[in-house]
Design a protein around this ligand. Sequence first.
Ligand SMILES: CC(C)(COP(=O)(O)OP(=O)(O)OC[C@H]1O[C@@H](n2cnc3c(N)ncnc32)[C@H](O)[C@@H]1OP(=O)(O)O)[C@@H](O)C(=O)NCCC(=O)NCCS
Length: 188
Amino acid sequence: MTVLSTERLVLRDWTADPADLARIFDIYSRPEVARWLNAPGLPMTDPAQAAERLATWRERHAGHGGRYGTWAIEVRDTGVVVGTVLLKPLPGRDEGVPTEDIEVGWHLHPDSWGHGYATEAARAVARRELAAGTREVYAVVGPGNAASMAVARRLGMTHVGRRTDWYGGESLETFVLTVDGVGSRTVG
Ligand SMILES: CC(C)(COP(=O)(O)OP(=O)(O)OC[C@H]1O[C@@H](n2cnc3c(N)ncnc32)[C@H](O)[C@@H]1OP(=O)(O)O)[C@@H](O)C(=O)NCCC(=O)NCCS
């Protein structure tokens, strides 16, 4: 199901189609991607883990009514799926408990870095969330992840330093985008 469209991209649900599952595995088995995600089970080592991950995403977002999700980013002209954009409540110091703070995040296959796709996808979902009434959207980045911090800056997010409020108290570079930051609640 299409969630949002941008100039070059379609943001849609990841599916259980073999091509999507193969792409999930190809992205999340890569050390250069997984090293920044600090998530259990990554990097993947077995293609069967792609379906398990998809099931986890579906379960996580089951009650979100389409407002939050972990979505595939597809290039409109080629049909190539370049990665994931996500929007979700940040897990708190107790990782099992989501906070009311909303996170935007991005994970691209290395073959698709350097085209502005992460920025374009994240801008669309963050703007939609701000237009829906959320006052702030956060991005949290592992210290040293310069490419990801550059995405946050390109989005016009403000760097507020390292915070330990989320993901089990991990110290993370924190960026915030506010309604004022994008100029208007109705933009995008
Ligand atoms: C973080 C990550 C998504 C950044 O990828 P990226 O390709 O650098 O980011 P974008 O898709 O926004 O592309 C921006 C780059 O494309 C270039 N670009 C080319 N065409 C562009 C266009 N039309 N519009 C915007 N940028 C464009 C930009 O100049 C920039 O390149 P530069 O950094 O050399 O200046 C990627 O490194 C990644 O997936 N890393 C592993 C997972 C990860 O760390 N996720 C974040 C966890 S917090």
